[in-house]
Design a protein around this ligand. Structure first.
Ligand code: BDP
Length: 743
């Protein structure tokens, strides 16, 4: 027998202690949120047994594309994490319990199954329990490798959420072709409206150093079906289109490509002047046209699968065709013609409102674009925000959906919570987006929902697309707050299939991100489902809108009425005075309702039919207007603000019971943020009630608390440096204090 020396034993003990320490460190490190919903932690014993026999062998072709290799690696990683071992790799199906992954073309065992994949298109997949020649298997098959990758992620999701895998028969295909993140990321690394730190795109180090984090970013996107990313801000910088920067963008494109994520860039309309040396950017000028053709050819040289341009033109000071007396269509077509030979598209934003202020800002996008319906090239799609104003906690849908018959229209959602309390306020946006997709436009009769318009079922559309303004940054947990990961997740799932249920998505996310234990998932999901309504209640109840503080939009500012443009002022939107509150958008006011289908417009106009959630969006009413609850409008407003705070308090109480069920690190972070949210909700409520009371002159109804401070206190609060908005550094000092400073 071999002798064991005491020093060897000591060394071994030390080694074990070291290993344990690493293990612990890895564990602690691993639960900082970095892994998102792709944690693949060990399942409970029973689930492990079930899945172990279902996945003993992984059948993939020996020659794998980078995409199929990514899918194989993901399955390996997931299975190793969840059931403790990776299945053996086998080029052919030899044993029961095999997982077959690939396409009929590259995997003979899949071809032999003769699956009908005809309805799946380029990105869909099937996941099916099959049996042949006496052997059981699960087949994940698609027409393309990217479809197989999506299928692999779906299969892993089933395991992560504890779904049975005995008799699988899943067919899935996206309803919308292009599912994009829009990064409002600047070349200097800052992120406009970003609350999760710096940009994940390090332009300074690119292309020499490609952060491996971009692979995890791509994995996360692929896991939810996101297939494109606009990696530069809509407030665009022409430098991004220089050869130097195109080489940097190409390195990002190379990293994302295996995961099916194509890149797009924002195009600054004045680029021919700024970086091209021309003295005009007039879209009808042949030299300008030639410049864009050459520029686009350069781009495709560097990035062969480049998706196209996103353009913000003649909006909030950005250059555009109107600078030369040309229309949006002439501007968009200039770029479309340059892109067309390469298969690229132009996403032309409808977020425009002219400096010469019209009656009602919410009408401007429609007024501007509807008359141009026949004028756009086939590879142009108009990108409209979900509501006619600007990513508010609640807006009716934009009347542009359904207004165009010949032009493709896509939807832009905001995942980052610019107007919903930044990253610290928990608001699950799945419910907001579901509300938009399910809204009926009635443009082709009942059932013409916004979702069915966007996916081209109400009227055929050449390009179908959904974009979400990203909430991703370099913070360790990607989104600044753990619960904001749910919004990235829900965006991807809904962009893939807007008919999915926001609650089911929340359930998947919570199970994957924390634990599948129902004792955790059910209350966590209930909390998520109420969370956006809570924000609406404490910020913008009953159809109020755009009442946030100036510039950074952090905190209340309903009193602001001195900004240079009337429609930048919160006052413009509520117009509260001693007698009334609200914006009349009926025929007696701006008549914005006329932009909707007549049957819907009639409903919005009719006080007995309009949903109270939109009441003050469409109507201007006396303070003692009688609400459905029997309360006066004033009393109801106070009640809603108060309810919002109570809802946040409930969320905190729920979280206190859930926190012990998960890791301490994330539990603590979430608890801390909820405490901030409660404080901010109270601030919103008290400031809003104090302000509106100064207009209505009415008493606080019985049973409700008066605001803690007088209005002047709230008006003087100045938040100097909230994230995401460099413009605020120029804000004037107003003899004021930051929130909390005086307490
Ligand atoms: C507004 C944001 C601003 C964006 C703009 C846009 O405050 O930062 O540039 O939207 O979408 O909501 O272009």
């Amino acid at each position: 027998m071999k002798h064991t020396f005491p020093w060897a034993m000591a060394a071994r003990t030390l080694f074990c202690a070291w290993l344990a320490a690493i293990g612990l460190a890895a564990q602690a490190h691993a639960e900082d949120g970095y892994d998102l919903w792709l944690r693949y932690r060990p399942l409970d014993a029973a689930a492990q047994r079930t899945y172990r026999s279902a996945a003993v062998e992984l059948v993939t072709p020996a020659q794998r594309s980078p995409t199929l290799e990514a899918a194989r690696q993901e399955l390996e990683r997931g299975l190793a994490g969840m059931i403790g071992r990776a299945p053996a790799d086998a080029p052919r199906w030899r044993r029961s319990g095999a997982v077959l992954l690939g396409t009929p073309e590259n995997t003979p065992d899949i071809a032999a199954l003769n699956l009908d994949l005809s309805a799946l298109g380029d990105e869909g997949y099937v996941i099916r329990s099959v049996e042949a020649r006496g052997r059981r298997a699960i087949v994940i098959a698609a027409n393309t490798d990217i479809g197989a990758l999506y299928g692999a992620f779906h299969f892993l999701r089933l395991m992560q959420t504890g779904a049975p895998v005995a008799a699988l028969d899943i067919n899935a295909a996206p309803r919308v072709q292009r599912r994009l993140l829009n990064h409002w990321d600047n070349l200097d690394g800052t992120v406009e409206r970003g609350y999760a730190g710096h940009s994940i795109f390090d332009w300074h180090l690119l292309p020499r150093w490609v952060d491996p984090r971009l692979i995890d970013y791509a994995r996360a996107n692929a896991s939810i079906g996101i297939n494109g990313a606009v990696i530069t801000n809509v407030n665009a910088n022409a430098i991004a289109l220089t050869r130097d920067y195109l080489a940097r963008a190409a390195a990002v494109a190379d990293a994302l490509r295996p995961y099916g994520v194509r890149i797009y860039l924002t195009a600054r309309f004045s680029a021919p002047v700024e970086i091209g040396g021309l003295n005009t950017a007039d879209p009808l000028d042949p030299a300008v046209q030639a410049w864009w053709r050459a520029k686009v050819a350069d781009i495709y040289q560097a990035i062969p699968d480049f998706g196209g341009f996103l353009v913000k033109a003649n909006s909030e000071g950005q250059p555009g065709p109107q600078d030369y007396g040309r229309t949006h269509a002439e501007g968009a077509n200039l770029l479309a013609d340059a892109l067309a030979p390469h298969g690229g598209i132009v996403m032309w934003r409808a977020f425009v409102y002219s400096a010469e202020n019209a009656v009602d800002r919410t009408m401007q996008a429609y007024d501007e674009f509807a008359p141009l319906d026949a004028d756009f090239r086939e590879n142009v799609v108009i990108q409209a925000k979900n509501g006619p104003l600007d990513f508010q906690p609640r807006e009716p849908f934009s009347p542009l959906f359904g207004a165009m018959r010949h032009t493709s229209v896509m939807m832009e959602l905001q995942i980052t919570k610019e107007y919903l309390g930044l990253a610290t306020n928990l608001a699950y946006l799945g419910t907001l987006w579901e509300e938009v997709f399910d809204a009926d436009t009635f443009v082709e009769g009942e059932g013409s929902t916004v979702g069915r318009i966007i996916d081209g079922r109400v009227r055929p559309m050449r390009i179908t697309a959904i974009a979400g303004v990203s909430n991703i940054g370099a913070s360790r947990n990607w989104t600044g707050s753990h619960f904001d990961q749910a919004n990235w997740y829900a965006f991807g799932r809904l962009a893939w299939d807007h008919e999915l249920d926001a609650e089911a998505i929340a359930r998947d996310w919570a199970a994957m991100t924390f634990t599948p234990a129902p004792a955790f998932v059910e209350p966590a999901v209930a909390m998520m489902m109420d969370s956006r309504e809570a924000v609406v209640n404490y910020m913008t109840p009953l159809g109020l809108t755009h009442v946030m503080a100036t510039g950074h939009h952090f905190g209340p500012g309903p009193w602001v009425d001195n900004l240079s443009r009337p429609d930048w002022n919160p006052y413009y939107y509520h117009r509260a005075d001693a007698a009334h509150i609200g914006f009349d958008r009926t025929a007696s006011g701006s008549n914005a309702i006329a932009q909707y289908a007549p049957s819907l417009a009639a409903r919005f106009a009719d006080l007995s039919q309009v949903d109270e959630a939109y009441l003050l969006w469409f109507h201007r009413l006396p303070w003692d207007y009688r609400m459905a609850s029997g309360r006066t409008l004033w009393d109801e407003l106070v009640a809603r603000y108060t309810l919002g705070v109570a809802q946040v308090r409930d969320m905190r109480a729920t979280w206190a019971t859930l926190a012990p069920m998960i890791d301490a690190e994330r539990a603590h972070h979430i608890g801390g943020f909820l405490a901030i949210q409660e404080r901010e909700a109270q601030w919103w409520r008290d400031a809003s009630i104090a302000y509106f009371q100064s207009k209505s002159g009415r008493p606080i109804p019985d049973g409700f608390a008066a605001p803690e401070h007088p209005l002047a206190y709230y008006e003087s609060i100045q938040s100097y440096y909230p994230p995401g908005w460099p413009g605020v550094t120029a804000a004037p000092f107003r003899n004021s204090h930051a929130i909390g400073a005086a307490e």
